[in-house]
Every structure is written in C-alpha cells, then in structure tokens.
Design a protein around this ligand. Sequence first.
Ligand code: NAP
Length: 354
Amino acid sequence: MNDSRTPIPVALLGATGLVGQRLVTLLDRHPLFALREVAASDRSAGKLYGEAASWRLPGPIPQAAGRLMVLPADPSRITAPLVLSALDASAAREIEAAFAAAGHAVVSNARSHRLDEDVPLIVPEVNAAHLELIARQRSRRGWTGYVVTNPNCSVIGLALALAPLHRTVGVRKVVATTLQAASGAGYPGVPALDLIDNVIPGIPGEEDKLHVEPRKILGRLAGGVVEPADLVVSAHTHRVPVQDGHLIAVSVETGESLDPRRAAELFREFRGVPQRLGLPSAPAAPLVVTEAPARPQPRLDRTAGEGMSVTVGRLAPCPALGLRFEILSHNTLRGAAGGTLLLAELLAAEGRLP
Ligand SMILES: NC(=O)c1ccc[n+]([C@@H]2O[C@H](COP(=O)([O-])OP(=O)(O)OC[C@H]3O[C@@H](n4cnc5c(N)ncnc54)[C@H](OP(=O)(O)O)[C@@H]3O)[C@@H](O)[C@H]2O)c1
C-alpha cells in the first residue's frame, strides 16, 4: 500500500464516457488515488472536462475534475504512472499498448486485450494470483509498463457467483440468460425508440464474452500461462429498458451435487484478497444472498455494497442442470468503474505500480 499517504496520480482515458464519468466520481476524494489527467477523443481534447463530458450521473461534476483540460489519449501528453482506461474498444487496443510500452500501468475496461495470453483478466476476489502474468507480458513484449484488464460487465457478476461453487465442487456446465441495462451500451447507446416498451435479444459480441471470459478467470495459472477452467457456458443476452443493473438467470451443473442451502452458505462465506487487504473499494461481502421470492431486482438491489456486491437470489434445484439462481450486479460500478478501481487498489497494495 502507498505508505507515504501522498496520493498516487492517476490519468483517465475515455474520461468523457459513461464508465469514465463513474470513475471521475469514484476518484473524487479517493483515499489512495488523485485524478490528475483526463483524456478522450479528438472531439473532446482541448476542452475543459466540464464542457466536454455530457454528464449523465446524479449530482454535479466533481469540481476539480470539471476544471481539468481534456488531453489527447497520447502517452507523450500524460505523466501519471497509473492509467485507468474506459476507452471505446475501437480505440483501446493500440492506445493502451502505447501507454504500456511507455511505462504506464494500464487498467482497462475494454475487451481489446482481455484474451491475450499474457494479459491478466482479473476479478480481484477470484483470481488475484493471475497478476503474475504481468512479468511475462513485460518480458515478451519489451514493455516497461503493462496492461491488466477487467472482464465484461455481465461476466464479472457471473464469475463472482461461480467462483465459490467452482472451488468447492467444480462447475461443469452453465446456462446463463442475461437481462442487461441500457447503460451497458455506453452513451448515447441504444435509441430510446428501440428500447422503450421492448426487449432486444442478442447483444452483439456479448454471448462470446460470456462463453470465453469465465473460463480464463476461473482457470489455473501453471507454468506462466492460464489453463482455462474445464467448463462450458451457454449464454443468451438481452438489452432491457433498465437504467443500471444486469440481471442474469443461471443454471449450473456441478461436479458433485449441491443443494441450494449449501450453495447459499458458500456464497455468503465467500471472501477474497480485497477483503483480506481491506482495499478501499472492497465490499464487506462480494456476494449477498437474498431469500425474498421476487429478488434480486435492478432498482432495489443494484446499490448493494455501494454497487460492489453481487446479489444472489431465487436459489432452487434445477431439473435440467442441478442448481439454479439469479444474480444482479451494477454494470457500471462492480461491472466497470468500481471493478477497475478495485483492481488498481490491488496493484497498489501489492507494490506493482511503476
Ligand atoms: N457501460 C458499461 O456498463 C461497461 C461495462 C464494462 C465495460 N465497458 C467498456 O468500457 C469502455 C467504455 O464504455 P462506456 O460505456 O463508457 O463507453 P462510451 O460512453 O461510449 O465512452 C467511450 C469513451 O471513449 C472515448 N473514445 C472513443 N474513441 C476514441 C478515440 N479514438 N481516442 C480516444 N478516446 C476515444 C470517448 O471520448 P469522446 O467523448 O471524446 O468521444 C469516451 O470518453 C468500453 O470499452 C466498454 O466496452 C462498459
């Protein structure tokens, strides 16, 4: 941890977008980090942040951030050692690599590097040990910095819920049906006339992420590579007219049968490295179990643990796969900005920042 109590300077790429705005809010008065630089596309560069960001969050733009000049996302213009990236995926691959090559620690929300063999894909409670990949990444690519990534917003909730089951009895098959909030598409996102009074099945690219990312996260680090977990995920995704909060209906086949009461205990007892280290953004309990019949619900449960806990409910035997339940996570907090910050806090606590 940063013992000197001098805040660690942070730069934020993609600062004007929805995830960027969440990060700006979370960084305001953060105990370890201080937001010093913001960057976005050429459309925003050269403007004050307060003018460039189309602010979508309740409350005003934090004052200090509002006065920052938006910079181009170019490493020659940024000095902070820690770079949080909420860049659109179309721009992230090249820009993040340039920052890592220039010696910055990049913590990314974008999909661009997630599946690279030498890039950690981290849910801090689940696979903090995969950060060991950083050394291999630097030596293979000749970078003085590195890139670490946050999973897809639906995958984070799913991986957190699967982790205690996988560790205890092994997970073999997962069928997951998502109902994903509008904010998951960024701003301005899906046109209102497509989404109001409607449900849109099949979010482009999302089902593939749900099929692949949990296998990497739950995989085992051996000989400097992650062996993906031996499990199969089948996902259906839907965009629904909810502002924030992704709901996922999950059925699971486990290696040994698991009754719902035991599964609830495993969820309740689950803790990870962030809880042990007392990281500032770590919720007391990563998984919160509800026994109410019609929960979790986005409006009622997305702020559990200040948006960092995943709520699990409707645990029941599944006639097809053995166990079923529903999970709800806040997609721009735990699923994006909060998850990024927790990962950055973990890097700081482990002394991995440049
Ligand atoms: N929304 C979620 O729930 C969620 C969850 C998990 C992960 N993510 C991922 O997080 C990232 C950000 O998502 P978002 O929802 O915040 O998207 P967004 O609202 O569309 O914001 C995208 C940001 O990227 C910047 N940008 C776009 N093209 C650029 C370029 N060529 N060079 C530099 N900056 C550029 C934009 O700047 P301008 O404003 O100047 O255009 C904006 O700041 C995406 O990769 C997304 O897939 C999102």
